[in-house]
Design a protein around this ligand. Structure first.
Ligand SMILES: Nc1ncnc2c1ncn2[C@@H]1O[C@H](COP(=O)(O)OP(=O)(O)OP(=O)(O)O)[C@@H](O)[C@H]1O
Ligand SMILES: [Mg+2]
Length: 471
């Protein structure tokens, strides 16, 4: 499309044309009305003065007779100006006045007429136009008084010309304004189109230009930019996760393959093969656990787990998880306590909440057992609790282990992040990610706090029945 074609097709230009038409019509109507009214006013003024003059003259005639009237008419006829006078006998012979010729028949009957005429002193040249009144005097004499209409026509012409010019100027200025405005809009839209093309070509960092005028295009651009920002951060997150997944699964898979190769190379008897196979199975189970954890996080994050949420007692979950982990804690020389005196109703996904709490307990056991197992002979405590606080249910696990430095607490929640100090322990760095995702799924959060010493990990969940909870 040509540049002009594009310009003419813009909404701004079309709108300008519509407004222009409306405005031009309005201006024409207004000036036409003005011109016609001016003409009417002048006509009214003429008839008013002519009427007054005729009344005066006919009084003169009645009081002082024809001779006196002829003298007056003769006098007035000599004055310069647009006034016309004529007095005739009943047979139509002129007695006095400044009118030379009229359209035929004008003098035959009394009344108002618009007529062409010539002045007495003019014998040739174009005829003029006049508005005249013919009056019948007593005795059959006729009196004609009128005004030349040249002035009225000139006035009308001036206004009509002004009207034509102003409509023409309105149209020219309007079209120029329309082109100007459309060009500006078009330039901005073109700039936006350019940016969207680079974005479509794969460069997500492009942003639409914002002029800073706060108009509708600016608002649109800012909203689209915010959307692009969100898309970009999601894409970045996705890329990070897939990079992490690729990286973190590659190591155990390589290890698995190396182990098999080694077995093939060095195993001498059935016992060696069996040992290698067992190690392989163990390694594979670790991998499966990692996959399961990733899938569970994905499930919690997608919100798909929101269907089929049921009401259950979080205190019961705390009890079950404690029971499950007690033997393991005992083995490691730790004592695990439960604090869940009241019921804690929560609406949610029971399986996911159990897994999240289990992950926290698993961490507490795994990481605090590396410290000396007891202080003055008493085992270090791990406390699992379910409590209610306002309209929230808090599921927490406290340990006396090394804790997590404050600066690292937001980082360890990310997928596959493990602290340097815990590299010696098995794990894939997904436990806290799942706990956080589950908390978010239920509209709560995962908080990591200082237990002084140790770590206090809290999952907050909304209470299922706040009213009953208050009672
Ligand atoms: N109770 C704790 N005390 C000290 N450090 C902890 C504790 N819980 C978690 N951490 C630190 O946070 C990191 C992330 O924990 P997370 O549970 O996500 O992964 P993981 O325990 O390493 O592996 P996974 O839970 O997937 O088996 C751990 O590697 C550890 O460094
Ligand atoms: Mg863990």
């Amino acid at each position: 499309m040509t540049a002009l074609g594009k310009l003419l097709r813009t909404t701004a230009f079309r709108l300008t044309l519509v407004y222009l038409m409306v405005f031009a019509l309005f201006a024409a109507f207004l000036l036409g009305y003005f011109a016609l009214n001016t003409r009417r006013l002048i006509t009214e003024q003429i008839t008013g003065t002519v009427d007054a003059e005729i009344t005066g003259l006919s009084e003169q005639y009645n009081q002082n007779g024809l001779r006196r009237l002829v003298v007056i008419i003769d006098n007035r006829s000599r004055r310069p100006g647009s006034s016309l006078y004529l007095i005739t006998t009943p047979t139509g012979e002129g007695l006095a006045g400044n009118v030379g010729s009229l359209e035929p028949g004008i003098l035959d009957k009394p009344g108002w007429f618009e007529t062409a005429y010539r002045r007495l002193e003019e014998t040739e040249g174009p005829e003029h136009h006049a508005l005249v009144r013919v009056f019948q005097l007593a005795g059959g004499f006729r009196l004609l008084v009128g005004r030349d209409l040249e002035e009225r026509e000139r006035m009308f012409e001036i206004i009509a010309t002004a009207g034509r010019w102003s409509v023409a100027i309105v149209i020219v200025l309007g079209v120029a304004g329309g082109v100007f405005v459309s060009r500006r809009v078009l330039n901005r839209v073109d700039a936006m189109t350019g940016t969207t093309q680079t974005i479509m070509a794969g460069d997500l960092s492009g942003r639409l230009p914002v002029a800073g005028t706060g108009d509708e295009l600016d608002r649109l651009a800012s909203n689209l930019n915010a959307m692009l920002e969100r898309i970009e951060s999601l894409m970045r997150g996705l890329k990070e996760v897939s990079d992490n997944v690729a990286h973190d699964l590659k190591t155990p898979l390589t290890r698995l393959r190396n182990r098999c190769e080694e077995a093939l190379r060095v195993a001498k008897n059935d016992a060696d093969y069996r040992a290698a196979l067992e190690a392989t199975i163990e390694e594979s189970e670790g991998l499966i656990r990692t996959f399961d954890a990733l899938l569970m996080i994905a499930r919690a994050e997608s919100g798909e787990a929101r269907d089929g949420m049921i009401e259950f007692d979080a205190a019961e979950i705390a009890r079950d998880v404690s029971e499950l982990y007690e033997p393991l804690a005992d083995d490691k020389g730790l004592s695990l306590h439960l604090e869940a005196p009241l019921s804690a109703p929560v609406k949610g996904n029971r399986e996911l909440v159990s897994q999240a709490l289990a992950n926290l307990v698993d961490n507490a056991i795994k990481y605090s057992s590396s410290n000396s197992p007891s202080v003055n002979g008493t085992p270090l405590d791990i406390i699992v609790s379910a409590a209610s606080e306002g309209d929230r249910i808090l599921l927490s696990v406290r340990d006396k282990g090394p804790g997590i430095p404050e600066g690292q607490r937001s980082r360890v929640i990310e997928r596959f992040v493990r602290l340097e100090q815990s590299r010696s322990k098995p794990g894939s760095g997904l436990g806290l990610s799942l706990a956080a995702a589950v908390a978010r799924l239920h509209g709560g959060e995962l908080r990591l706090e200082d237990n002084d010493p140790g770590l206090k990990a809290v999952i907050t969940l909304p209470r299922a029945d706040p009213v009953q909870g208050a009672a």
